[in-house]
Design a protein around this ligand. Sequence first.
Ligand SMILES: Nc1ncnc2c1ncn2[C@@H]1O[C@H](COP(=O)(O)OP(=O)(O)OP(=O)(O)O)[C@@H](O)[C@H]1O
Length: 600
Amino acid sequence: MKHLLIYINKLREFAGFKLYVNLVGMTLISFLEGIGIFLLVPALGLIGIFHLDTSGIPFVSYLVEPLQAVPERARLSVLLGGFILLIAGQALMQRKQTNLNLEIQHGFIRYLRVDIYKGLLQADWAFFLRNRRSDFTHVMTNELMRVSMSTYLALRLITTLLFTAVQIGFALWLSVQLTAMVLICGLAVALYSSKFIKRSKSIGDETSELAQNYIGGMTDHFNGMKDIKSNMTEAQHLTWFRALCEKMETNLVQFGKTQSASQYVYKVASAVLISLFVFLSLEVFHIPAEKLVLIIVIFSRLWPKFSTLQANWEQIAQSLPAFKSLADLQRDCAQARELDDLDRVPQGSRVRMKQGIECRGIHYRYDAGGSAYALRNINLSIPVNSMTAIVGKSGAGKSTLIDILIGLIKPEEGEVLVDGESLAHDDGFSLRRSVSYVSQDPFLFHASIRENLLIASPEASEEQMWEALEFAASAEFVRNLPLGLDAVLGDRGVRLSGGERQRIVLARAILRKPAILILDEATSALDSENEAKIQAALDRLKGRTTIVVIAHRLSTIRNADQVLVLENGQVIQRGGFQQLSADTKGTFSKLLEFQAGVHA
Ligand SMILES: Nc1ncnc2c1ncn2[C@@H]1O[C@H](COP(=O)(O)OP(=O)(O)OP(=O)(O)O)[C@@H](O)[C@H]1O
């Protein structure tokens, strides 16, 4: 419930005045709808179609008596004309209100989408390390739709309640005894039906879990389609998918059945109640026929409202887990927020490094309570415009060190300094803005090469793009593509070879004119010829840009000014390439020897 209130409040914040207009409109329409029928029966009686005495009925006689001033022959036409006007007015209001409804509902969905996406973008990298990506997709699609629909439904529920209260007021005016009796019966049915609400909530929990598994599974399967096809595990995946779909089907059918069961209870109760009601009115309370007709009219309109209230409430109860998922995600994003004002980021300043970057006493654990340190007491310096190579076995901590260097994750102990100054909050971003980072698993969008390049530097000219492609030894193959720069790459660049992908990503990194270029295994998929070309290009960059390279293939770092050897999260050796190769007892020369043996 707490979470439902949060989103009702958000809807109020988003829609403001429009929402109140809409709520009043909804109540008014229900009221007019009720009044039309409410007046028609006694009015027909008044003009002599029925023999009803309306003088004793409050409100009704007051409203329809002016009809008596109309000549008798014209009464029916005037009455029906008035009825048409009332309904037409109500239909017009309904149309306006439906349009306003649409605007508010879809606007609210857009508002939530942007709000959540913005929250995710503002969160730090550690947050993404802790969470499964497909869960974000799940929350932003299934759960968000359930939340926006049910928030709105909750507001409609309030207007239905209002309308119901007005109707009850009329009914009480007409007969306290009979109204009290109907209310007590209604309450008894509502109490009995509370089990349907509980059941809806637990079905909703399962709906959320199944939808989460569905999106998670789909994402994994489509990302791993090459593995599925090459290992021929299609049948196992189909079995998993079929079982999940069956559970989803059962879950939705169960919810539908719960709703129809509660509607059934209301329908049966309504028949029993009306019969009892008519019997008591005529046989016990001796209520006049015209009052009885009115009360029947009122309750025949009121009772469906009770069952609508029940159905809406079940729908909301079924969505409560979605409210919780959305609220939890927004809360977690807010707790992990590193960027306050997203719109400021692109215009932010870049660092002008004069001396270099330094790490002092850095410690880092992925699991804060655990004993495994990914980095332990790291002390190093990276001089400006030099080339530093970081080497070490798999799992030594190389990528973690890079993440700390560029401020993606914060060290548990120790600090990173730029030109001797600790990275204060905003300076951390100015450093990141000055870095071009090519990761082990570079990312290309399903768009043209041009769009992929421009995402890094929207202002770049055609000439600059070709220069960058030339640098990354990719100009030739791009020129040979039928559409050149406008060739579309496919999901994550799937239409290119691994080496071609790496070269495009490298070109994108260079196009940004970074102060610091970080290459994490960025040339691992290249053949010797293209790797040599990139080596030459990096050599030309030396002295103008600070370059940090992580490489398993040690031949690629021959020209590095400094080599840092990591093992178990610690720097165990440092020095120039030749110096470390000459130290025959050191780890570096052993790594070199091993690679020479492998490649011999
Ligand atoms: N997201 C993560 N959550 C938990 N532990 C992690 C995570 N990423 C890395 N680690 C652990 O931290 C340690 C250092 O990992 P890191 O990726 O920095 O090594 P690496 O030297 O870059 O390895 P590789 O050469 O294989 O890429 C490893 O023990 C790894 O298992």
